[in-house]
Design a binder for this molecule. Sequence first.
Ligand code: ZN
Length: 386
Amino acid sequence: MKISQKVMKETKIKYQCPKCKEGAIDYFEDRLHCRSCSQEYEFRRGVPILDVGDRNNEYVCDNFDSEQRDTECQPFYKVSPHSGAIGVDNPDRFLDEVEQRGWRPALENLWGAGSAGLLRAVAPNRVAWKYLLEIDRSWKALDIGAGTGGLSCRLAEECSVVALDKSWCDAVFIHLRAQQDRLSRLEAIVAEATYLPFESNQFDLTTMIGSLEWIPTTWPQNHPRQTQLQALREIYRVLKPNGKLFLGIENRLYLGYFLGIKEPHTNLKYISLMDKEKAEILSQDLRGQPYLEVTYSKDEYIELLNEAGFDNIQAFWLYPDYSTPHYIIPLEKGNIIKYFIEERLNPWDFKGIRSSLFPFYRLLDPLELNNHVEFYGFIARKSNDG
Ligand SMILES: [Zn+2]
């Protein structure tokens, strides 16, 4: 318990009560305390739980038909198996194993040594995009949806990092991993992206890789876009002026979806290509739950980021994916895209249903193709007068 508190002081992050949004947080031996509303937050296995508990409706969109939504909130730790979260039935048993055997053997035992999940946890190129930014030791970064810490732990070698996850098991896993790897500038917390427990204007960088699309699943009674906008506005608030968000996410208009490749969050074909009402019906019919894991096109992401307050947004194509990118291709110039496709894209990487995609990459106008690539990365800045 003491280690987490000590680290919180070391990184000098200023926490703020996510419930009343005004009180500073005081540290005690075994809990945190809001100076303003007296709310107490506990530590569990050394990790502070700074969530807002009850899911209220304060940002439900007015013109949204809430009757279509399952009004009952999902349990706190319920996440999809596709989300990359640890998701074990008995977190304490798993975390005991992490403590006793070490985080990597425990993860190998859970998922297998050659699994995609383990790759995401250990791949050095989780932070390949760092070269786009001028990160230095003084930076404070916030990683939202930190999962197994693949990104947070790499980034903690460069600067101070808060690894935030709504899953307690994942946050404790990262906490233990950081202790075992002696990453003293990393602290893990449980919190909601929609209610960030920090004072404003503190972070130089916020990262969200494969997490914005999952946030609405915690708030099934709310309009998914409003929930995502709420999270982006919170990120904007806690960034310093000139601070940056790096967002990695799927493109709803990915070429492969037109050819019947399943949309990975819902595991349904074509759903991201439909208008909202039809997508909702499809989701209810085929899996009996609302369509919450909403993704967007490039222009729609830029619109969303603008609406949250960001300007100066750069878009990139992350290839082969956003978790472990080998190439980061700026999208504003057709000749750069053309160079990548002609000289770097390997037809042998296109297997199965994807093999029929390759000719389209070669033949489409690059400035049209950039609307249909699979994964985007966005760098969005908070302006100096933000
Ligand atoms: Zn408070």
